[in-house]
Design a protein around this ligand. Structure first.
Ligand SMILES: [Fe+2]
Length: 336
């Protein structure tokens, strides 16, 4: 830059800043500035306070809008419009009947983008893989992370730490339960996609992650597709028992607070005596299947289409179940 041009720019910048500063000073004298944080002019900041961290959880949903998927999506959109929400968790079986074949599969539009259209659902989604997602290319769902702003699946399993606004942190492990089921390796549909996965490696990663001694971690949550306990049709299924066999000990040993799954198409809260963790099932983002009545481990179980809402602070986790008509079916609080 020539010297004359440089001097000209410097002078005009200085003059400009001077005018701006004096204008601001005059403004603050005539109208005292209360806050310059733009967040405070966001209409959502007026929403009633829930937790310090809030999220919705939906599972087993991708059916091109069919079988109540659209109704659940609409109610979930309404809920997060009217309640503070930081992100959305998907508990897997994101695309029926057989996953997606690539990150360009039209199902992304039919079953996801054109279904969860509410503005309040354009925030981050943290999905995991279900068994149906393993029938095509599970890694296509990882690759979609590079195409979508909101779809965040950096790997088949991953973790994230969320802040409780200065009052500690929440650790969430998003795991892949599919390779933990030995039968899958012999299955003609799942086999090619679990091949090369090492469940023992993932379990070692999970154990190390959850054994953290970080005093800031107030809550540990694990999200996996297959339930460890369920009162749906799969109470004693091979996959439920296979996942329980390898996961329960890791969760118990590391004092995990919540295990959140899908797979059975219902909404459940289960607490097994002597187990530290609470099992939630949110697996009816579209289809609903029956639940058994009268089992001792059941705190709540509904065969209904819907989703869950979790509000977390440093002392408690509140969990709500909302159905496809926007009716709150259940509300519970877990204390530290
Ligand atoms: Fe499933």
């Amino acid at each position: 830059m020539k010297r004359r041009q440089f001097l000209k720019n410097t002078i005009s910048t200085t003059i400009g800043t001077g005018i701006a500063s004096s204008a601001l000073a005059n403004l603050s004298l005539s109208h005292p500035i209360t806050n310059i944080d733009s967040k405070d002019i966001d209409a959502r900041s007026n929403l009633e306070q829930e937790g310090l961290l809030n999220f919705v959880a939906i599972g087993d949903w991708g059916r091109n809008g069919a079988d109540h998927q659209l109704q659940v999506a609409k109610q979930m959109g309404d809920w997060v419009t009217n309640h503070p929400n930081d992100f959305i968790v998907s508990t897997g079986d994101n695309f029926y009947p057989s996953g997606v074949i690539s990150e360009h599969d039209p199902l992304w539009h039919y079953s996801f983008e054109n279904v969860y259209t509410d503005f309040a659902l354009q925030w981050d989604w943290y999905p995991i893989l279900g068994n149906h997602d393993y029938k095509s290319d599970p890694d296509a769902q990882v690759r979609y992370t590079k195409i979508s702003r909101r779809w965040k699946m950096p790997a088949r399993y991953y973790s994230k730490t969320f802040n409780l606004k200065g009052k500690g942190k929440v650790l969430i492990a998003f795991i892949d339960t599919n390779p933990m089921i030995p039968e899958f390796y012999k299955n003609s549909e799942y086999g090619p996609h679990v091949a090369g996965q090492y469940p023992e490696k993932q379990l070692e990663w999970l154990d190390k992650l959850l054994s953290t001694q970080d005093p800031d971690i107030k809550w540990k949550i694990v999200v996996g597709h297959h339930p460890i306990y369920t009162v749906g049709p799969r109470t004693n299924n091979y996959d439920t028992l296979a996942v329980r066999k390898v996961l329960e000990e890791v969760l118990q040993k590391n004092k995990v607070d919540v295990y959140l799954s899908g797979h059975d198409h219902s909404l459940q809260h289960i607490k097994v005596e002597n187990m530290h963790f609470h099992q939630f099932v949110s697996g009816s983002g579209s289809e609903a299947t029956p639940v058994k009545a009268g089992l001792e481990i059941t705190n709540f179980a509904a065969s209904d289409y819907g989703f869950m809402y979790f509000a977390i602070d440093d002392k408690c986790i509140s969990a709500k179940v909302i159905n496809h008509q926007g009716i709150k079916l259940y509300d519970t609080t877990i204390h530290k």
